[in-house]
Write a protein that binds this ligand. Structure first.
Ligand code: SF4
Ligand code: SF4
Length: 169
């Protein structure tokens, strides 16, 4: 299905569930990740939802591929976890990303993920809500999971390879 963000994103709320008010201008360029406040750390998430896609890792090369097969709790209309606060009751393996464990996880994070970009010393993209000021800009840029996933319940694991996606989406 072709993406038509101009018409269909109108159905998505443009209120930002991530609080970004009152943050210092371009704070992410002024200090290392481990000196971010909790609010700054949370605000770094662009809301793309791609970290909630199942991944395939090549055992020999360590290469990681994202698939369209989504975690059972992901809603691809909002690109959000439907049970974020209690998600570990359903998905105990869901990680809690922190400055202290970013070294361990960055290699499998999506290539456009803000945490991975800063960890790599790269700038954020202009579509990041911290720069655009608009939480929908990540979807309009076509780099989110909006309406592109398939269910992990309905997709046997031996078929996940058929659902590998290339980044950026
Ligand atoms: S991939 Fe990164 S930026 Fe996107 S939702 Fe996950 S943590 Fe946030
Ligand atoms: S439990 Fe929620 S936050 Fe964790 S991977 Fe699944 S949808 Fe994403």
């Amino acid at each position: 299905m072709p993406r038509d963000p101009h018409s269909t994103l109108n159905t998505m709320s443009n209120s930002d569930p991530i609080s970004r008010n009152g943050l210092s201008t371009r704070f992410w360029e002024k200090k290392p990740l481990d000196q971010f406040s909790q609010m700054e750390w949370e605000a770094l998430c662009d809301g793309c939802g791609k970290c909630c896609l199942n991944k395939l890792e090549d055992a020999d090369t360590g290469e990681v591929a994202l698939t369209r097969v989504a975690c059972r709790l992901l809603d691809d209309e909002t690109c959000r976890c439907t049970q974020y606060d209690i998600r570990h009751q359903f998905v105990p393996e869901c990680i809690v990303l922190k400055p202290s464990n970013l070294d361990t996880h960055a290699y499998w994070m999506p290539q456009t993920c803000a945490y991975r970009l800063l960890w790599q010393g790269k700038p954020l993209y202009d579509w990041h809500p911290l720069i655009s000021g608009d939480p929908l800009s990540v979807h309009q840029a076509g780099v989110s999971v909006w309406r592109m996933t398939v269910s992990e319940f309905e997709t046997p694991q031996d078929e996940w390879e058929d659902h590998i996606i290339q980044e950026p989406l």
